[in-house]
Design a protein around this ligand. Structure first.
Ligand SMILES: Nc1ncnc2c1ncn2[C@@H]1O[C@H](COP(=O)(O)OP(=O)(O)OP(=O)(O)O)[C@@H](O)[C@H]1O
Length: 622
């Protein structure tokens, strides 16, 4: 696809009679309070509550209409809580909750999926990957949002966007911020991050750009500079930029071609001559006053007074009888956007996840370091075990404590999962990619790390303790240890995705691990567990891990019967051979393959639950 195909042709956005309602969660409580007030006949003390009609639904926006013409920089102004963000979300088709009625027209036509192609949305918070550079961050969006465009054209486009948002000198700087785990990575300033977020929205050369409070949290010089950049975009690219903004300073206010004022969910004004409109209503802006302050202060005063409804009705009249007829009728056909193939999404996401891993190796080295240290410590404590009745108990100890250690290691990645989740939620809300390739890319990198950690830890310990030595036994055991850690990793990932909070994940995760360990058959052989809950071992993945590894170690193993030193009497040995050990622990009926097969099934189960939790739970609700 040639780049000019995605070049915007300019669009007109009209919205008619938009009403937005949400469920009133306090409905029952409010009804009860009103009934109590009426019972007390408390009309004097609480007239509002006494007479109020309590609705099951709250109306956040009431019959809001307006138009944005091609190539305009538009401000959506209003006091806090007036409904600016709500309207912006509805216009950008990002509202996922509540009931929306009304019409949204692009170039005079109602649109479906094609709308995505024409607009982009920049959120109030800059949720960016800290380890990526400016170029990489914008290129990521280009890769996923420009299907069919050649690599060369994509790079050209990204370079152009970087220039448009004034970040040429910072092209190769990392975004920076607080990495998972608390390490601070130096990077861009707040204003520069804002520019990167805007750049990500510009990559498809959209005709409509929505920005939610783009100047919030920025100093006045940076705010003005960002608004000038946006104005340049309207002039040079012909795109329409719509920003929600509280109360812009006069230099910023003068940049806007059109302003809309919302008060208490109703439109007060929509056009390019707001001061004239207020003058017509009898309110003149003093010469030395910021026009935005004047308009909002006056409007809020109106909002508080009795004339509020009248002013809203007057505007509605003006809109219906004059303004609506002045809207030019554009008719441009809207093509459906192409989707990026899932496999390509996976490739791009894997590339990013891998790069992120390489640039933030603290977590990896901490896990590998711990694996080496505990492996050496275990190995030293259980060094040079002999295949005899005396050391059999120690062998079982090594196996069980290795399983336990590997089961607990994934707790180290809770903060990593959860920090990635914030970025994922923001990117999913922008419909940049599907959740499945994202999940696959994340687990591919994580499975690689888990492989290293598990094998290093288990191999050191296995070799130092001299567990059953034969290449086939060794490699089989390594695979089981790898799956033990993998299934625990997916379990923790499931909990993190379900709860969305690190402390709750930790609490539930540790609870699960303790129960798994208790019923694994090591502390109490399974046939000795109380009948009422002894069956729990059948649904315990650690029991099958333990059973499989015990089979690897003891199946058909001859154990030398060693007599205690200095003993004159012949003491009978508890175990003559490995099969007796397996019988004692109640795992003789499970072959190593059967048990390992069940461990693999459990891993697949947690892999699936983790994905389902990621896909369906803790979504960004707007
Ligand atoms: N899903 C919802 N459930 C209940 N109330 C909601 C919901 N969405 C919005 N509101 C309410 O609607 C009002 C408008 O919210 P909105 O965030 O759009 O205002 P805003 O003008 O953008 O405010 P601010 O400038 O402070 O961000 C607020 O009182 C908010 O609490």
């Amino acid at each position: 696809m040639e780049l000019d195909i995605i070049n915007n042709k300019g669009v007109q956005l009209t919205f008619e009679n938009i009403t937005y309602k949400v469920e009133n969660r306090k409905y029952k409580k409010q009804l009860k309070k009103q009934a109590e007030a009426r019972q007390r006949d408390d009309y004097e003390g609480n007239p509002g509550q006494y007479n109020q009609t309590i609705e099951k639904e709250l109306t956040i926006l009431k019959n809001v209409s307006g138009v944005f013409e091609k190539g305009e920089l538009c401000a959506l102004m209003g006091p806090s809580g007036s409904g600016k963000s709500t309207l912006l979300d509805i216009l950008a088709e990002r509202k996922s909750t509540g009931k929306i009625t009304g019409k949204l027209l692009i170039n005079g036509k109602e649109v479906g999926d094609a709308y995505k192609k024409y607009c982009s949305y920049v959120t109030q918070e800059d949720i960016l990957l800290q380890t990526a550079t400016v170029f990489e961050t914008i290129k990521f969006y280009a890769d996923l949002r420009l299907p069919g465009v050649s690599e060369e054209d994509k790079i050209k486009r990204v370079e152009q966007v970087i220039e448009d948002v004034g970040l040429t000198k910072r092209r190769d700087s990392k975004v920076g911020g607080i990495l998972p785990g608390g390490i601070i990575l130096k990077g861009l300033s707040g204003g520069e991050k804002r520019r990167v977020s805007i750049g990500c929205g510009l990559v498809t050369n959209p005709s409509l750009i929505f920005l939610d409070e783009p100047t919030s949290g920025l100093d006045s010089v940076t705010a003005l500079s960002i608004m000038k950049t946006l104005l340049d975009l309207t002039k040079t690219k012909g795109c329409t930029v719509i920003v929600s903004i509280h109360q812009p300073r006069s230099q910023i206010f003068e940049l806007f071609n059109r302003v809309m004022v919302l008060i208490k969910g109703k439109m007060i004004y929509n056009g390019s001559k707001i001061l004239e409109h207020f003058e017509h209503l009898g309110y003149t802006c003093p010469n030395n006053m910021n026009p935005a302050d004047f308009c909002l202060d006056t409007a809020v005063e109106i909002g508080d007074g009795d004339r509020y409804e009248e002013i809203c009705a007057q505007w509605q009249d003006t809109w219906e009888n004059e303004m609506i007829n002045q809207i030019s009728q554009l008719h441009i056909d809207i093509e459906k956007p192409k989707a990026t193939p899932i496999t390509y999404q996976y490739y791009i996401l894997l590339q990013r996840a891998w790069r992120d891993f390489l640039r933030n190796q603290g977590n990896f080295f901490a896990r590998v370091g711990t694996a080496i240290f505990t492996g050496l410590l275990f190995g030293a404590c259980f060094a040079n075990l002999k295949e005899n009745s005396k050391d059999a108990q120690k062998m079982i100890g090594v196996i069980f404590f290795l399983i336990t250690g590997l089961c607990l290691t994934p707790f180290a990645v809770i903060s990593l999962f959860l920090s990635q989740r914030t970025l994922f939620n923001a990117e999913r809300a922008s419909k940049v990619y599907h959740s499945f390739p994202y999940y696959l890319a994340t687990v591919t990198v994580e499975s690689f790390v888990v492989f290293f950690v598990a094998i290093i830890n288990a191999a050191i310990c296995y070799l130092l303790a001299r567990l059953r030595w034969d290449a086939s036994y060794f490699f089989y055991a390594m695979m089981v240890y790898y799956f033990v850690q993998l299934l625990s990793d997916y379990l923790i990932c499931t909990l993190a995705n379900m709860t969305g909070a690190s402390d709750i994940t930790f609490a539930y995760g540790s609870g699960f691990c303790v129960i798994f360990m208790l019923f694994a058959g090591f502390f109490v052989p399974v046939q000795e567990l109380p009948v009422s809950f002894g069956w729990l071992h059948y649904i315990n993945p650690l029991f099958y891990s333990f059973a499989s590894l015990m089979q690897v170690q003891f199946k058909d193993l001859e154990l030398e019967c060693v007599q205690p030193v200095n003993s004159t009497m012949v003491v009978p040995c508890q175990f003559q051979n490995g099969n007796e050990v397996l019988k004692y622990y109640g795992i003789d009926e499970w072959s190593r393959d059967q048990s390992f097969g069940i461990v693999i099934l459990w891993t697949a189960f947690f892999f699936t639950t983790s994905y389902l939790a990621l896909h369906f739970l803790n979504r960004e609700k707007r």
